[in-house]
Design a protein around this ligand. Structure first.
Ligand SMILES: Nc1ncnc2c1ncn2[C@@H]1O[C@H](COP(=O)(O)OP(=O)(O)O)[C@@H](O)[C@H]1O
Ligand SMILES: [Mg+2]
Length: 311
């Protein structure tokens, strides 16, 4: 297993980790009324942390780095315990005394629509990784979200020095001249963030606008409509897999995690996106955000049952 060609890639996911309380209801309650919930889970959330769970389930050697609250923040303690239970190396977590992690209360209805209340964490935004070079030791690819831009920019700069893939999940709208984006070798946006950042509704047009600023691999995910990406200046589309979706919470994060892992295994971006789409589609068939992320065997079995791509 020491042969570089067979070694399990080490993936560093960096950014936000939160705590989610999720319930499934038939339809959202009217103000001032109660409804019955058919499912309930308390689970980890946040783009980078969810992606780390996905990578770990898919067999990657997984590390997480990001700011969280201090030892007395019970929510942060719980988030870390959950990540450790998934086998994720959490030594890159920076605990901020007096800081707190975000908590979300999420209702999912029968159509898979989400209603979310978030108590945002505090005092985490200024923290930087203590030693970015050390975080990157032995790492084959990094995946960052853009919730803590200062923290993850330090991670990305160290990764670019080592010449490894840097995948950026553009999940929150930002300026097109955001210096974080320029650090990516692969920028994959959510539809909301790409519309918000470019002001363009058409996702192909939004990608072409991003191209004016960024020279790297560019894609945007669009939920059940699949994913769009650029080959040179040509917009390409890959449909999503057809599944009975009941919970799309963390679908984008599972997509990004699976994409980054397969890219680090040496696959082409288009093949990594197909693998990511399959992992995300399977996740959507299960309740509970990232806790529904599939195993490697499940994704491979799912892909075996699909007609070949471009058929
Ligand atoms: N209902 C669904 N059915 C099948 N695949 C889905 C579904 N929703 C999401 N996916 C897959 O997950 C990917 C990411 O989902 P998306 O909703 O775009 O992410 P985000 O939550 O970050 O906005 C999609 O490109 C698609 O491949
Ligand atoms: Mg997302």
């Amino acid at each position: 297993m020491t042969d570089a060609t067979t070694k399990t890639p080490a993936i560093l996911c960096s950014g936000i980790a939160v705590h989610d309380i999720v319930m499934r209801v038939k339809s959202f309650p009217e103000p001032g009324t109660k409804v019955h919930a058919s499912d309930f889970i308390v689970t980890g959330g946040g783009c980078a942390a969810n992606a780390a769970v996905a990578v770990a389930r898919l067999g990657g050697d997984t590390r997480f780095a990001g700011p969280l609250g201090g030892d007395d923040d019970a929510i942060s303690n719980r988030i870390i315990a959950d990540l450790l239970a998934e086998g994720i190396d959490c030594r890159g977590i920076e605990r901020v005394d007096g800081g707190s992690a975000s908590v979300s209360l999420i209702l999912l209805d029968e159509q898979g629509e989400k209603t979310i209340a978030t108590r945002r964490g505090g005092q985490l935004g200024d923290r930087l990784p203590a030693d970015p070079q050390k975080l990157l030791a032995g790492v084959d690819a990094v995946l960052v979200d853009n919730r803590f831009p200062e923290f993850v920019s330090a991670v990305c700069r160290a990764a670019r020095k080592r010449d490894i893939p840097v995948v950026i999940d553009l999940d929150q709208r930002t300026g097109l001249d955001d210096p974080l984006l320029a650090l990516g070798t692969h920028v994959i946006a959510s539809s909301e963030a790409s519309r918000g950042s470019t002001g363009l509704n058409d996702l192909g047009a939004a990608l072409l606008r991003l191209r004016k600023h960024l020279d790297c691999f560019l894609a945007v995910t669009d939920g059940p409509n699949g994913v769009y990406w650029l080959e040179g200046n040509e917009v390409r589309h890959m449909p999503a897999f057809k599944v009975d979706a009941i919970d799309s919470l963390a679908a984008g994060d599972v997509f990004h995690g699976a994409f980054t892992l397969t890219l680090a295994e040496g696959r082409k971006p288009v093949d990594a996106m197909r693998f990511g789409s399959a992992a995300a589609a399977l996740k959507c068939t299960r309740f509970g955000g990232a806790s529904g992320a599939p195993s490697r065997a499940e994704v491979e079995e799912f892909l075996r049952r699909q007609p070949p791509p471009h058929a």
